[in-house]
Design a protein around this ligand. Structure first.
Ligand code: FES
Length: 623
């Protein structure tokens, strides 16, 4: 620890802290613009100037290392004048006419900084030329006229996400943010994670939905989790008048450290499927709105007269409470033979079976990935399924972390990899990895052997294979090279569904009724085809689809932002999702629908979903 004095206050901080960090630790406010707590200090805007005894000129506190016995002053007359001058120059350089800007009125850090300094205007006439506005991106707009060249967006794209799409071109006053040496953002290598938009301090990068619909202080915020995949990213859902304004990453959540992917941040904003708002029964070949009572009675009637039995299928986007209720109704109480999930165990069944067999969890937590100095991806497309996880190693690839991809098909992360091996992952492959004296496999084995914290991420390339041999061989190989092993699984509650035994292949064997608890999952073409053979379909779903169109009974349920419930991340963290929006009238949560169905069938179901998660050994510890 070192000791310094800031504004007369004696402060102790860890060695390596900056003066700005020391001041913040002591609740001393220093204005900043280019600084962001999640980004490497850059020292570009100079707003954070402080005076230090013994220094001839003011210093940028965000990049100035704190040292022992330093005496710092943060609010002298000289500094106040310097800050006003800096802000004046920034305002004069581009189009910062606040009344015409969508973030004016509380959301702009530049405007707020000016107000803090008591500025109501700036004395220098702006002399700028218009700068380009890039509106080619489907989710956000880049307006270089509002840019203050803080490079937060560029640093977020490189240092946090590791995508390196954004950069700067030109020099001096002509400097501009660009994508890929000058491509329109919409056709650049941008992956639409939106980190740049979230860190932008002005109106230079704005999303297409929240502008002019209310400032941060006028909106309601719900801290919850994204259920786009099984990472369980923390999000802040901003709503106003019960409408969704924006989704931001929660910087405080360890799972994602504030980062999100396209699915988590932007896809909910473009949801335009038709909502189901009333229970319906097919009458005269037409789905006809009915009461809940009537719909549930119809289901009870159909169940009682089901000559071939009932098949039941649940979405792995449902909360754990609903999945467990579903399992109890159909597997335990109605003794249906085919009770499973929409993932059919493809992401979990082999791992779960192996964990039960060896009676010990063998997969690691997400932390291991953050520490990794070598990552081997086998048969998994993180870009499509769990993109935020890829940021944790992509951003370290220029700093020494190695990436090896083994995949029979082109993997979107190939372009970042040090070594790409086109191969199918089977048990022979892992044998060869250990023994091959030459070639790519030998190089891969060498890189892995040299790593201090190797991590192997496996996916459907292994879990969807007909036998579990490949997984067993992989577990042995990982053990041999002391690598952490992880399978990011499928949708938000893949692991919970697996622990409740919802992991059979869905193959209809004469069942006359299929009950599908689809929730808000968008049915895949594969699922639609599978259910073509189902004679009578009963669906609980939030949105209309090809499946609801041919159902006998449809029950309207909440979408993920309208319901609460537990989600078990791929690495066993139990998290609680909260409702951020009210459900439409007459629409019930997935759990409430299943409880009502149980009541109607005179079945008693328990609420012991948490205990049942550990009824068999999971592939990763659940806590
Ligand atoms: Fe320190 Fe910008 S905040 S230079």
């Amino acid at each position: 620890m070192i000791q310094l004095t800031i504004d007369g206050q004696i402060i102790q901080v860890e060695e390596g802290s900056t003066v700005l960090q020391a001041a913040r630790a002591a609740n001393i406010h220093i204005p900043t613009l280019c600084d962001h707590p999640e980004l490497t200090p850059y020292g570009g805007c100079r707003l954070c100037l402080v005076e230090v005894d013994g220094f001839r000129t003011p210093q940028a506190s965000c990049t100035l290392p704190a040292s022992s016995n330093m005496v710092v002053h943060t609010n002298t007359t000289k500094l106040q004048e310097a800050r006003k001058f800096i802000l004046t120059l920034i305002f004069s350089e581009r189009n910062h006419f606040c009344p015409f800007c969508q973030v004016s009125g509380g959301d702009c850090e530049l405007q707020n900084a000016a107000y803090d300094e008591g500025m109501a205007n700036w004395p220098i006439s702006p002399t700028y030329n218009p700068y380009p506005v890039d509106a080619s991106h489907p989710y956000f707009i880049l307006d270089n006229n509002r840019c203050i060249l803080c490079r937060r967006c560029v640093r977020a794209c490189s240092d946090l996400v590791g995508n390196h799409t954004l950069g700067m071109e030109e020099r001096g006053a002509r400097t501009m943010v660009i994508a890929d040496f000058g491509l329109p953002l919409g056709s650049s290598t941008c992956i639409s994670c939106g980190a740049c938009v979230q860190v932008c301090p002005t109106g230079a990068l704005i999303d297409r939905w929240s502008a002019y619909r209310g400032h941060v202080h006028e909106s309601d915020v719900t801290e919850t989790i994204c259920i786009g995949c099984s990472l369980g990213c923390g999000i802040q859902v901003r709503t106003r008048d019960n409408q969704l304004l924006r989704i931001d990453g929660n910087w405080q959540t360890e799972a994602n450290e504030g980062l999100l992917c396209e699915t988590g941040r932007f896809q909910p904003m473009v949801e335009n499927r038709q909502r189901i708002t009333s229970p319906m029964i097919r009458k005269h070949d037409q789905l006809t709105p009915v009461t809940w009572e009537e719909a549930l009675q119809e289901i009870a009637h159909l169940f009682n007269a089901a000559p071939g039995g009932i098949a039941a299928l649940a979405s792995t986007r449902l909360p754990a409470e609903a999945l467990y209720a579903f399992q109890q109704i159909f597997a335990e109480k109605l003794h249906s033979e085919l009770v499973t999930s929409t993932e059919e165990g493809k992401t979990t069944a082999h791992a779960a079976a192996l964990a039960r067999q060896i009676a010990t969890p063998f997969e690691a937590r997400l932390d291991a990935l953050k520490q990794a100095d070598c990552v081997l991806l086998i048969g998994t497309d993180l870009r499509a399924s769990h993109e935020v996880a890829s940021f944790f190693f992509k951003r370290k690839l220029l700093l020494g972390t190695r990436l090896i991809v083994i995949d029979p098909t082109p993997n979107p992360l190939n372009e970042f990899a040090h070594l790409v091996i086109k191969a199918t992952a089977n048990s022979d492959l892992f044998q060869t990895l250990q023994t091959s004296p030459t070639g790519d496999l030998a190089t891969a084995a060498q890189i892995l052997a040299q790593a201090s914290h190797p991590v192997i991420i496996y996916g459907e390339g292994i879990t969807a294979q007909p036998s579990a041999n490949a997984l067993q061989a992989l577990v042995q190989y990982a053990h041999h090279i002391k690598a952490s092993l992880m399978n990011l699984k499928g949708q938000a509650n893949s692991l919970a569904a697996s622990q409740y035994g919802l992991e059979k292949p869905f193959v209809l064997k004469g069942q006359s009724i299929t009950y599908l608890a689809l929730g808000d999952e968008q049915p895949t073409q594969h699922l639609i085809q599978q259910l073509e053979a189902a004679p009578t379909l009963i669906i609980q779903a939030s949105h209309a689809s090809a499946l609801t169109a041919r159902a006998q009974v449809v029950l309207p349920v909440t979408s993920w932002l309208e319901q609460e419930g537990a989600y078990i991340s791929f690495d066993g963290r139990v998290q609680q999702a909260k409702a951020a929006l009210p459900a439409p009238t007459n629409v019930r949560t997935n759990l409430a629908v299943l409880q009502a169905l149980a009541n109607c069938l005179n079945l008693t179901i328990e609420n012991t979903w948490k205990e049942k998660l550990n009824q068999s050994t999971p592939a990763v510890q659940i806590a």
